[in-house]
Write a protein that binds this ligand. Structure first.
Ligand code: MSP
Length: 666
């Protein structure tokens, strides 16, 4: 039997679960279900990444022993995921004992093979990324220190004895891997990115810390703990038995490794396609077959983040939307591999259009007609006229076509296209029903044969679609299966064994089950209003945690620090300034705000400043204001000025000391 091993990243327990985490887990679940249904001996792994200084600090803030703290968050993840019918075979935790043993064994193999050595490390470290940055990569902070390019928080200068991994020795082997195995990194665009990064040269990597206590001790040198990414990446082999007795150990590991699909967000691609294969090469182990980097769910056009307050809360999602609705939306709406914007409006529209009016409606109209016109028994196909028979055959072909396309697309992880194929078969049968008008046939004295053919064809389409869609819609397909009067688990029916007309072979007297709505239509306005209320209540709860200690004076609406941090203010230097033709108040500037290209910004200060005198002046720029057009010119930010007197005379804000362009104000 062919095997299939699929993994997700293991999630950091320093933040609470959100839609992004759910997404990768949901994709992996769909793939695992899809493979199982097609006869693969499948192993599906997910879990949590629980070591590192951040987690130690979070526990300290919570006033809890670290293990107790992480146990709580792991439970939160498991609870948040529990309503999505995930079928993971295991949940790995990096604090599990078997994992620690496996990590140490991997370390030892790499060391014996000469790829780990002891040295001294000095560099700029971000404890949020758990990564060192070069000075050139970091941004300057106003106080002269360096900022993390991702988190924009000060980097720590760390100098310590450290173990190093000889990553530099793997440049050619990695390039050869990418070239000879085009499927190792997918999609293609990501592969190109990684290749150019590796071509740029690889430095040896520090893989231990003496400053971090909450980690796995280095074998024979317990002063050092193993770098969290080394620890975390190893989970993919330790969880299936590498270097320990988990699931029986070695034999189980050998059965499933190498992984067939490692799903990751594009944010952590480099770790999985440069470090990870190099670690495995260094230990003499096989390499995963495919690392697939999917895109990010954005919210309001920006990556979801707790600081921005735009994460999609899993509790809200679960309160208003059925399991299958969320699963379907995530797979259908986002082109796998690209970024996608999440909005509740889009989710509601999809559910109503594709699930309520699509699949749900097909199920209820078909089953209701079987109940009303055929006494609840799915009829054998009747001997209808040639034209109707042709149409019935076209439906049958459309279903066969949907099966072929669905598999072809799912094998390539093109989920949305696979689903489109199923929905086009649905559209075909819907048209067939509407054209044939079974409600009229039922009234005609000689309409019985035709009626039977229509309802047989519709029921068979539904039965086939239930089998096809089970990896994506496990709950509703089972409900449809039972309402059709079928027994057992639809997930256990292999598509290859399905036969058209199988339902009429269920034996005389077999009846459909009780008809219940599968996807009730959602009232968009009502639900949106309720969601908004829920969101502002949770926002208020969050703000209350940071509530100011003074009461707002009359006329002042206090904001909290989160509100303030949503406005991005940076130091800019005016590079060029010119009047805007036919606009006597406007000046058009190019301003260097520390980005590769200066920005074009317009300001209504022409009556008070001579443009040429402003060149070289340092100003404060709002850099995350949505661009807008003024007199046909795009303004990509706003320059701050005080507004004086009744006429509102602008006085540009500036600095008395030297400040670098791009420095953030906070
Ligand atoms: N612990 C590391 C991974 C170690 S794997 C050996 C980590 N954890 S994480 O909690 O930050 O999770 C990152 C992963 O969560 C992403 O790679 C992606 O799979 C998923 N997502 C997090 N936010 C996401 C979105 N906004 N959109 C889609 N997926 C996202 O990095």
């Amino acid at each position: 039997m062919n095997k299939f091993y699929v993994t997700t990243p293991i999630y950091y327990v320093n933040s609470h679960p959100h839609l992004g985490h759910l997404y990768t887990t949901l994709i992996a679940d769909t793939v695992a279900r899809y493979k199982r249904q097609r006869g693969f001996d499948t192993f599906y792994l997910t879990g949590t990444d629980e070591h590192g200084v951040n987690i130690e600090r979070a526990a300290e803030n919570a006033g809890l022993p670290v293990k107790q703290h992480v146990d709580g968050i792991v439970n939160e993840f498991k609870t948040a995921f529990s309503s999505y019918e995930f079928t993971n075979d295991h949940w790995v935790r990096t604090t599990d004992d078997y994992h620690k043993r496996g990590v140490r064994q991997l370390w030892q193999r790499m060391k014996e093979n000469g790829y780990i050595y002891k040295g001294k490390y000095e560099g700029w470290y971000c404890s949020n990324c758990n990564e060192f940055y070069l000075e050139a990569e970091a941004g300057a902070a106003p106080d002269g220190t360096l900022n993390c390019p991702v988190h924009e928080r000060p980097l720590d200068r760390i100098a310590e004895e450290s173990y190093f991994f000889k990553l530099s020795a793997f440049q050619n082997r990695l390039l050869e891997l990418y070239e000879t195995n085009p499927n190792f990194i997918r999609p293609e665009s990501r592969r190109n990115e990684v290749m150019s990064f590796v071509r740029g040269g690889l430095n040896d990597q520090s893989i231990s810390r003496v400053s971090v206590k909450w980690g796995i001790p280095v074998p024979d040198d317990p002063e050092h703990t193993i770098y969290v990414w080394f620890d975390a990446l190893s989970n993919y082999i330790t969880a299936i038995g590498y270097g320990n007795d988990q699931f029986g150990g070695e034999e189980h590991y050998k059965k499933y490794w190498p992984a067939d699909l490692q799903l990751v967000g594009k944010d952590i691609l480099r770790f999985h396609t440069v470090y990870w294969p190099a670690f495995l090469m260094a230990a003499g182990l096989e390499l995963p077959r495919t690392v697939f980097a999917h895109g990010m769910w954005l919210s309001g056009g920006r990556k979801m983040s707790k600081t921005l307050g735009n994460v999609i809360d899993l509790a809200v999602l679960q309160k208003y939307f059925q399991t299958d609705a969320v699963r379907y939306f995530c797979l259908r709406e986002m082109v796998f591999g690209q970024d996608g914007d999440f909005t509740y409006e889009a989710l509601l529209d999809r559910v109503n259009a594709d699930l309520a009016s699509g699949l749900g409606n097909l199920a209820s109209r078909t089953l209701t007609m079987v109940k009303n016109y055929c006494d609840g028994e799915i009829p054998a196909p009747g001997e209808a006229n040639a034209e109707l028979k042709d149409h019935a055959n076209e439906v049958r072909e459309a279903v066969a076509q949907a099966f072929a396309v669905f598999d072809r697309e799912f094998d390539q992880y093109n989920f949305s296209r696979g689903l489109e194929a199923a929905w086009s078969a649905m559209a075909r049968v819907d048209k067939f029903i509407s054209d044939a008008k079974p409600w009229d046939l039922a009234k005609q004295p000689n309409g019985r044969e035709a009626l039977n053919l229509v309802l047989h064809t519709a029921s068979e389409t539904l039965r086939h679609l239930a089998v096809l869609l089970v990896p994506v819609l496990p709950v509703s397909t089972q409900a449809i299966w039972e309402q059709l009067g079928e027994s057992g688990q639809v997930s256990e029916v292999a598509p290859a064994t399905l036969k058209w007309g199988g339902s009429s072979l269920r034996g005389a007297g077999a009846r459909i089950g009780e008809i219940k709505p599968i996807f009730p239509r959602l009232e968009k306005k009502k639900i949106m209003d309720e969601i908004k209320q829920d969101e502002s209540a949770s926002q208020a709860a969050r703000s209350a945690e940071n509530a100011p200690i003074v009461e707002a004076a009359p006329g002042i609406a206090y904001i909290n620090i989160e509100d303030f941090t949503r406005v991005e203010l940076r130091v800019g230097e005016i590079k060029t300034a010119a009047p805007v033709p036919k606009a006597d108040k406007l000046l058009c500037f190019t301003v260097d705000v520390g980005e590769p290209q200066p920005r074009q910004i317009l300001a209504g200060i022409a009556q008070y400043y001579e443009p040429e005198k402003l060149i070289g002046r340092k100003v404060i720029v709002v850099t995350n204001l949505a661009p807008r057009k003024l007199r046909g010119l795009e303004s990509q930010g706003m320059i701050l000025a005080a507004s004086i007197g009744e006429e509102g005379r602008p006085v540009l804000a500036g600095f008395l000391e030297e400040v670098p362009n791009g420095a953030k104000l906070k």
